[in-house]
Design a protein around this ligand. Structure first.
Ligand code: AMP
Ligand code: GLY
Length: 415
């Protein structure tokens, strides 16, 4: 088999690594990939951007790719699955209509409401005047969300009316997200702990993966600005048996009913971002792709073959698949460039990469055989252990062997 993995992050490196373990896979192309995927078993990078749907389709047809796996959300929302299918190419992911579950928060919240998925109360707005009027009387804190994709920057938790006003003006009037914030929702604030439940669907059933927990803020103790994610653990210790039961009944089952009733073409990943509160477990959002860095913690625990799992979704036979997980726990810790997520430098030499096996690269490039930093989040190391404590220790011991100027990481992942 020839596989194409689309994307350039640590998530895509983890996907390529897991896929490479299938004995029927001969070759994996990563478009565009990174310095880590360039060195991964069976892998070769292809210089096509993950947003260039036309060129990706041409490439997959020319190379007779047997299966394409899409990492990030943007090409999914842009309709890459529809385009590949029209060209007779096999691709794993939701069609554009289904990808609106991530691509439009208004669509997603209306879907949740229609099918009785437990979620925060909300109002949606298409014009700034009505939104500004509404926030004069709503409860605080309130959460203002841009409707469209905003690279993780489209959510503001507002403690006062003036904060909400500023968010609404920047999203709807100043148009800082170039169209993505022209519509917004204002949502009830939920207090609790978050969990990430990645899952796979074939449109007829949903199989949840082992739970995970992201660590979004830049500093220890969950302080400072949000990042793309500074580390993850799996399973998530807050996902107790009763939380999972609640998730199944109030979130997963009604979502599946919605997917079936709307006849969504959905053979792909559905990732539930949930909030566990004193009032119960709520759905915050759907993502239509795997999480980063959750994937880097979850895939090392997957005992089953990932290609076989994906194939059973594409064949509509997911209900028969016996998805197995290794015992124990896993942890990944991200090393970032000093100054991330605000301002940082790139191009520093990375030492130690050849001494550590458990690495997924993201902002890493390989130049004349030398690895250099090439982004805010540079790489993560991971560990799998018989319990969380031992997994955390392995991840940190690995991270210590990696050296580059300005290396920054949180010291409390998994605490
Ligand atoms: P979202 O893109 O909807 O997942 O929002 C990004 C982040 O904002 C979430 O991971 C939460 O940390 C936070 N968030 C979103 N919605 C709410 C809410 N209703 N109450 C509290 N925090 C929220
Ligand atoms: N780690 C959160 C996300 O991928 O959306």
């Amino acid at each position: 088999m020839k596989i194409l993995v689309i994307g350039s992050g640590g998530r895509e490196h983890a996907i390529a690594w897991k896929v490479s373990q299938n004995i029927n896979v001969d070759k994996i192309f990563c478009a565009p990939g990174n310095g880590g995927t360039a060195s991964e078993n069976k892998c070769e990078n292809v210089n096509i951007s993950d947003g260039d749907v036309e060129k990706l389709t041409e490439f997959a047809a020319k190379e007779k790719i047997d299966l394409t796996i899409v990492g990030p959300e943007v090409p999914l929302v842009d309709g890459i699955v529809d385009k590949f299918r029209e060209s007779g190419l096999s691709i794993f992911g939701p069609a554009a209509e289904a990808a609106k579950l991530e691509g439009s928060k208004t669509y997603a919240k209306n879907f949740m409401k229609k099918y009785g998925v437990k979620t925060a109360e909300y109002e949606s707005f298409e014009d700034a005047d009505s939104a500004l009027e509404y926030i004069k009387h709503c409860q605080y804190p309130a959460v203002v969300k841009a409707d469209g994709l905003a690279a993780g920057k489209g959510v503001v938790i507002c403690n006062t009316q003036s904060e909400a006003e500023a968010a609404i003006k920047s999203f709807m009037i100043d148009d800082i997200f170039k169209g993505s914030g022209k519509m917004i929702i204002v949502e009830e604030f939920l207090e609790g702990v978050e969990a990430s439940i990645l899952s796979i669907t074939d449109g007829k059933c949903i199989i949840p993966f082992i739970s995970a927990k992201d660590h979004k803020q830049i500093y220890d103790g969950g302080k400072g600005p949000n990042t793309g994610g500074m580390g993850a653990i799996s399973p998530n210790p807050y996902c107790t048996k009763s939380v999972i039961e609640e998730f199944n009944e109030n979130i997963m089952k009604p979502t599946l009913n919605g997917i079936k009733s709307e006849k969504l073409d959905y053979k792909g990943i559905i990732f539930f971002g949930i909030m566990i509160t004193k009032k119960g477990t709520y759905l915050l959002e759907y993502n239509v792709r795997m999480g980063d860095p959750e994937t880097q913690a979850v895939l090392p625990l997957m005992e089953s073959d990932f290609v076989d799992l994906i194939q059973s979704s594409l064949d509509g036979k997911l209900a028969d698949f016996d998805l197995k997980w290794n015992k124990g726990a896993s942890c990944c810790v991200v090393a970032a460039s000093k100054g991330y997520p605000i301002k940082y430098e790139k191009g520093f030499k990375i030492d130690g990469l050849n001494n550590v096996k458990n690495i997924f690269a993201s902002g890493v490039k390989k130049e004349n055989g030398i690895f250099k930093t090439n982004g805010g989040r540079v790489l993560c190391t991971y560990g799998v252990g018989e319990n969380l404590k031992s997994a955390v220790k392995i991840a940190y011991d690995n991270l210590e062997k990696i050296k580059f100027d300005g290396k920054y990481f949180r010291t409390d992942i998994g605490e």
